[in-house]
Write a protein that binds this ligand. Structure first.
Ligand code: FES
Length: 83
């Protein structure tokens, strides 16, 4: 089973889990905040809305279409990239 680091915390998920599901299983519903400070999170769950973006191994990805893999490092978007 893949073990990844989410915000520095080790999380183990079932094979075939998306990074979004791993985030949600770990309790993350708000993935970032809009410029006006509103909480934002996954909306479509199928790669269309881009609301689920986060950083995986240094790249901004849509977490709902990104498979969780062993050793990944996932961090939430902050600052200018969070809009
Ligand atoms: S939830 Fe819409 S692109 Fe991921």
């Amino acid at each position: 089973m893949p073990e990844l680091m989410i915000e520095g915390r080790a999380v183990t998920v079932a094979e075939g889990t998306s990074v979004l599901a791993a985030l949600q299983n770990a309790g993350y519903r708000t993935l970032r905040h809009s410029r006006s400070g509103e909480p934002r999170g996954a909306l479509c769950g199928m790669g269309s809305c881009h609301e689920c973006r986060a950083v995986v191994d240094g790249r901004i990805v849509r977490t709902c279409v990104t498979p969780a893999r062993n050793g990944q490092r996932v961090t939430l978007l902050t600052g200018d990239h969070a809009d």
